[in-house]
Design a protein around this ligand. Structure first.
Ligand SMILES: Nc1ncnc2c1ncn2[C@@H]1O[C@H](COP(=O)(O)OP(=O)(O)OP(=O)(O)O)[C@@H](O)[C@H]1O
Length: 595
């Protein structure tokens, strides 16, 4: 209950901040709308008593009042929802923006990569879409509160015992609360299964996996698994539904008994001469209204609970993000690297796994050098890159740039001096030039800067093939959008990585997987040349993760990662001479190319 009140307060405050005028207007209309139905019942009582007493003039006047109140009770809610609906939409946009900010607000990636956190965030994304509905429900609750207060006062005027009727109305509300708890528990227990099912549904209905699904004839398997997962979830939810329906029915039954007792009491008063016919009508009308009020309140209560859960999750996410802020910075990122980046006894375990993905990593990346990282799948190459980007901080040891621990730099400033190209690059569906330009936001629309980046990434030909050049809308989400091939998208992503002119660290983590070996080789020759040029000026270090040894061999330093530690390090010639893992893998690939 406290959580619900807190959520209500937060959401109302947010709505008030966004549009005080709309909120004030709808509160006034809702209060009037809430008061109208019980006042209508009172006018009806007076009218009937006037008719019974033969007061025609009074009955006509009261009849007019009854009509006016009937119109008010029908119309006021409707008009109140117009400004309130608009306010609710505004709050939803505010909440959406906060979620975007929070999703990207922590120093690292833990909340996206840990399955339990990812689960919570995926539920929150779903719940936040229901906020307008919940907000409208909140306002309706306010109106119901006013109605109920008036109703209770009028009932008390007939007999103090009738005050118990709205109290009895709390029983079904409490029952609904318990029933929701049962359903929420079931939903949370089945959250993982439902996420798996949704994931399968996404896979089974989207365009990207369609080819593999056909070739591997996976559709039946997908259908079977999807069905089995939903069946599992359905069983848990159905049991919960049944339990909660029984709890709700018990609550409704308790109120029905109170309703019958109230009508009998007013009839007895009328028969014994302590009440009028109008009072009987008043009690029947009000009791019916209380019943309607309860049913609406139950529905509003459900919505409020959904919103409360969403707000609780949002608070959890806010706290999580606040707890994952980088330590205060006390050093400035230098303009250039003088000696290099040194990793000393670096170890790392992904949070929540307890498994070390990197251990005892000791390595120096010299200023101005091109460093290639090679190793088997799962060896720890990308993890090393994530530590350099500070998506995570090492669990032990230190990474130092010219002797300063990189954790001492302001995170934003550090990231501002890194340029990256990843294997799982983003396909920004915007104008082609902007897809590249976002690599250095201040130059987003700077045509010369974008063209220079395209040139550095040997990707100018991609733009040449587009009808409207840099202004061509990309992506199949848009009717006029131009779809590109995987390799073309990747070339634009590489150009994005080339936007920053003087990064301290240029990281290319298998960014050419969609390109052929020849294209990759040529590209890296250009990168190496570009890297050496900026390397001389700024000491820029280029880190390249690749499985293609023909490309790797041109690096100044080649690092072989195996099982989370550095197995070998040196240049191509020295590693061949060593005759270890690198030498055998290189010869294997070279032989494969020659045969
Ligand atoms: N987000 C994560 N959470 C938990 N464990 C992870 C996560 N990412 C990677 N790992 C684990 O860390 C280890 C190293 O993974 P990493 O991605 O660094 O390998 P890699 O050398 O880049 O492999 P590949 O060549 O396949 O890209 C693996 O055992 C992997 O299972």
């Amino acid at each position: 209950m406290i959580a619900a009140l807190r959520a209500t307060g937060e959401i109302m405050a947010a709505a008030w901040r966004d549009s005080p005028g709309r909120m004030a207007l709808s509160v006034v209309l809702m209060i009037l709308g809430g008061a109208a139905p019980p006042l209508l019942a009172l006018a009806l009582k007076d009218g009937i008593d006037q008719v019974v007493a033969g007061d025609v003039a009074g009955a006509v006047l009261t009849g007019g009042l009854v009509g006016t109140l009937a119109v008010c009770s029908l119309m006021l809610h409707h008009f109140a929802f117009i400004p309130y609906g608009e306010a609710a939409d505004l709050v939803t946009v505010t909440m959406d923006c906060e979620l975007i900010e929070l999703a990207n607000g922590s120093a690292g990636l833990e909340h996206h990569e840990r399955p339990d956190y990812a689960n919570e965030i995926s539920l929150l994304r779903k719940e936040i879409g229901q906020y307008p509905d919940a907000l409208v429900g909140l306002m309706a609750l306010l109106s119901l509160g006013v109605s109920t207060a008036f109703t209770a006062w009028l009932l008390a005027s007939v007999s103090p015992w009738l005050m118990l009727l709205p109290v009895a109305a709390l029983l079904p509300m409490y029952a609904t609360h318990r029933a929701q708890d049962v359903q929420n528990g079931a939903r949370e227990r089945s959250a993982t299964v439902s996420r798996q099912a949704r994931n399968l549904f996404e896979l089974g209905t989207s365009a990207a996996p369609a080819k593999e699904i056909r070739v591997f004839r996976l559709q039946d398997e997908f259908r079977r698994r999807h069905h089995a997962l939903w069946a599992d979830e359905g069983r848990v939810l159905a049991r919960a539904e049944l339990r909660s329906a029984l709890i709700e029915a018990a609550g409704q039954l308790a109120f029905s008994a109170a309703y019958i007792a109230a009508v009998l009491l007013s009839l007895r008063q009328a028969i014994s001469g302590h009440g009028s016919v109008g009072s009987v009508v008043l009690v029947i009308t009000l009791a019916t209204q209380v019943n309607r009020q309860i049913n609406s309140a139950l529905e509003m209560f459900r919505r409020l609970q959904r919103m409360t859960r969403g707000m609780t999750r949002l608070r959890w996410l806010r706290a999580l993000i606040a707890a994952h802020q980088p330590p205060p910075a006390d050093a400035e990122v230098p303009d250039s690297i003088r000696t290099g980046i040194r990793l000393t006894d670096v170890a790392f375990a992904y949070p929540g796994t307890g498994r070390t993905s990197l251990h005892e990593v000791n390595l120096t990346l010299p200023a101005g050098s091109t460093v290639a990282i090679v190793g088997e799948n799962g060896a720890g190459k990308s993890t090393l890159v994530k530590l350099l980007c500070r998506f995570y901080d090492a669990t032990a040891g230190a990474i130092e740039l010219d002797g300063t621990d990189i954790r001492r730099f302001p995170l934003d400033a550090w990231r501002g001096r890194i340029a990256t190209g990843f294997q799982d690059f983003v396909r920004f569906e915007v104008a082609a030039g902007q897809t590249v330009g976002v690599g250095d936001l201040p130059f987003l629309n700077d045509e010369n800067a974008v063209l220079a980046a395209l040139d550095r990434a040997s990707a100018a030909s991609v733009i040449d093939q587009l009808d409207q050049g840099l202004t061509t809308q990309l992506g199949k989400t848009y009717a006029n959008g131009r779809e590109l091939s995987g390799g073309q998208w990747q070339k634009l992503a590489l150009s994005r990585a080339m936007m920053r002119k003087a990064p301290l660290l240029l990281i290319l983590d298998e960014p050419t997987s969609a390109l052929d070996a020849e294209a990759e080789h040529q590209l890296f020759e250009r990168y190496a040349e570009h890297g050496r040029r900026i390397g001389q000026a700024n000491g820029t270090i280029t880190v390249l993760v690749s499985h293609r040894f023909s490309t790797v061999k041109m690096a100044d330093l080649i690092v072989v990662v195996a099982n989370g530690h550095i197995a070998e390090a040196g240049n191509h010639a020295s590693l061949l001479e060593l005759g270890g893992t690198y030498a055998s893998l290189y010869r294997l690939q070279a032989a494969a190319y020659q045969s």
